[in-house]
Design a protein. Structure first.
Length: 176
């Protein structure tokens, strides 16, 4: 567990700094750690400790047990932040996966304007993006075609599919 570190404490010190960077960003990591250390020291004494201007709060001010507890608390905070960030990415489309708007556009054009069945839509998307076929298992293809396909698509690929479907739609309108 502590491979590459001198001891458990060195491991916790390094990981606490890494978690602080994840939670508050690289610019604010030091301030965040100081705030967390101050919070731990306040719970230890029950009152706010008195410091001089040259006193630096660091992880080294904590006992091994307090550092371990702080590490575990920061892991939980990082998980919560990561979960929240995933939700924000899904809602606003800031992540790498396709956005809800892109998914709705593909469904709208394929299902309602072209009146394609799910198998036809699946085949057309695989024709446009053959590399997606390799990322799907036979079970996913057989049982949950579109859900797995939409999950495997990223933004650029979804834009490519929308572009091709829009071109087909435009061509159909010109012929009519």
């Amino acid at each position: 567990m502590y491979k590459g570190f001198k001891n458990k404490r060195a491991y916790h010190n390094k990981k606490i700094y890494a978690l602080a960077t994840v939670i508050s960003g690289e610019d604010n990591a030091r301030d965040f750690i100081e705030g967390e250390v101050l919070r731990v020291l306040e719970t230890r004494t029950g009152t706010s400790p008195i410091f001089t201007d040259d006193t630096k709060l660091s992880i080294k001010s904590l006992t091994d047990h307090e550092a371990s507890m702080m590490y575990n608390r920061l892991i939980e905070s990082a998980r919560a932040i990561k979960t929240n960030q995933k939700k924000v990415d899904e809602l606003f489309g800031t992540g790498s996966g396709m956005t809800d708007a892109q998914r709705k556009k593909i469904i709208k054009v394929a299902r309602w304007e072209f009146k394609w069945d799910i198998q036809v839509t699946f085949s057309k998307i695989i024709e446009i993006l053959p590399e997606l076929r390799k990322r799907l298992t036979p079970w996913e293809i057989q049982n949950c075609k579109m859900v797995a396909l939409y999950g495997a698509m990223n933004k650029k690929q979804a834009d490519k599919v929308i572009k091709v479907l829009s071109a087909i739609e435009k061509r159909n309108l010109e012929r009519a």
